[in-house]
Design a protein around this ligand. Structure first.
Ligand SMILES: [Mn+2]
Length: 334
């Protein structure tokens, strides 16, 4: 598991691995009025549990309706949780929920509990036997997908798709600053597993943007490269203008990245690569310097330039020129 939170010990992960293979009873709770991350994380967890497991979900209707509104099938083998049943051998899972008062319904007896969450700590924090609580994660779905990648539970298409949808929900379709390189890593993995991520599901929160633009932007980010403090997207595929906006800015949000750029074909079909170049304030001026070196210009931290296809036949060739120029300017600040 790539989880970096030092509180997540190997013992915790071993316990969770064992819980994930338990064929007995599981109670799953998430916060009231579940969002995409909460509802789809429940689906992903259910899919990671053994076929034989007896799965009870608090407020099943609310969670399953939300999941289906997100375009995610909710597993029919889960049933509503009622606290009067004998749950003394059950594992209680609390997903995407920081405080007890957000857990809808009363939980009765249970044997052991697991929290998987990314919310900041509160005074009324849920305490469990085993906790994967990582406030650096974009979403609970990211933590669950990270577990699946490392082989902690069953992996199937629905589970991966649900975890992906959970991440898309909490990251605003990858536009929010909570996106980290781990977010991109787990999504890249998901993309390699699924021939067809349910892209339609991504439209749920973002009706104001076209599905085509969202697909283009998400795919472009998943194809981003990172070299030390540089992140970039270089593609000969045309990306819709609507999807281009902000792409280079988002790459700057990857931890450790100080310089980012995109190399894309001219949207009007002219024989040029169009480049948006960005840098963080730490290396203020680098974006403008590099863009200027190739006949472009703009602001200190946000600039642009172009390369002709005759001189730079591929997007990668143009990207290489930008990276070399940036690294040279670091080595030789004159
Ligand atoms: Mn969340």
């Amino acid at each position: 598991m790539t989880i970096i939170n030092p509180n997540t010990t190997n013992q915790t992960l071993d316990n969770i691995r064992r819980a994930l293979s338990d064929q007995g009873r599981h109670i799953i709770a998430t916060h009231i009025r579940p969002d995409a991350d909460a509802a789809c994380s429940v689906t992903a967890l259910i899919e990671a549990l053994p076929e034989e497991a007896d799965i009870r979900v608090l407020n099943l209707a609310e969670v399953s309706n939300t999941a289906s509104r997100c375009g995610i099938l909710f597993p029919t083998r889960a049933t509503e949780y009622y606290p009067q049943e004998d749950d003394s051998s059950a594992t209680l899972w609390v997903l995407d929920c920081s405080t007890w008062d957000r857990v809808a319904g009363t939980v009765g007896e249970y044997h052991r509990s697991v929290v998987i969450d990314h919310h900041p700590e509160t005074d009324d924090d849920i305490i469990a036997n085993d906790m994967v609580k990582d406030t650096k994660a974009s979403s609970t779905g990211e933590l669950i997908l990270d577990m699946l990648i490392s082989g902690m539970g069953e992996v199937n298409d629905l589970g991966v798709c649900a975890a992906t949808r959970a991440i898309i929900g909490d990251t605003g379709n990858l536009t929010l600053p909570n996106v980290t390189s781990r977010t991109l890593y787990v999504l890249s993995w998901a993309r390699s597993q699924l021939s067809d991520i349910n892209w339609n599901a991504m439209q749920w929160n973002f009706r104001e943007r076209s599905l085509e633009a969202m697909q283009a932007q998400a795919k472009a980010i998943l194809n981003a490269h990172q070299l030390e403090d540089v992140a970039f997207v270089a593609s000969s595929e045309n990306v819709l203008p609507e999807a281009r906006a902000g792409l280079a800015n988002q790459l700057l949000d990857i931890p450790g990245v100080r310089f980012s750029f995109t190399v894309l074909p001219d949207s009007a079909g002219q024989p040029y690569w169009r480049c948006a170049v960005r840098c963080s304030p730490e290396v203020s001026g680098a974006a403008k310097d590099v863009a200027s070196a190739f006949g472009g210009g703009g602001h200190a931290c946000a600039s642009g330039c172009s390369f002709s296809w005759s001189e730079y036949p591929t997007a990668d060739a143009a990207a290489g020129a930008i990276i070399r120029n940036y690294w040279q300017s670091l080595a030789d600040p004159e």
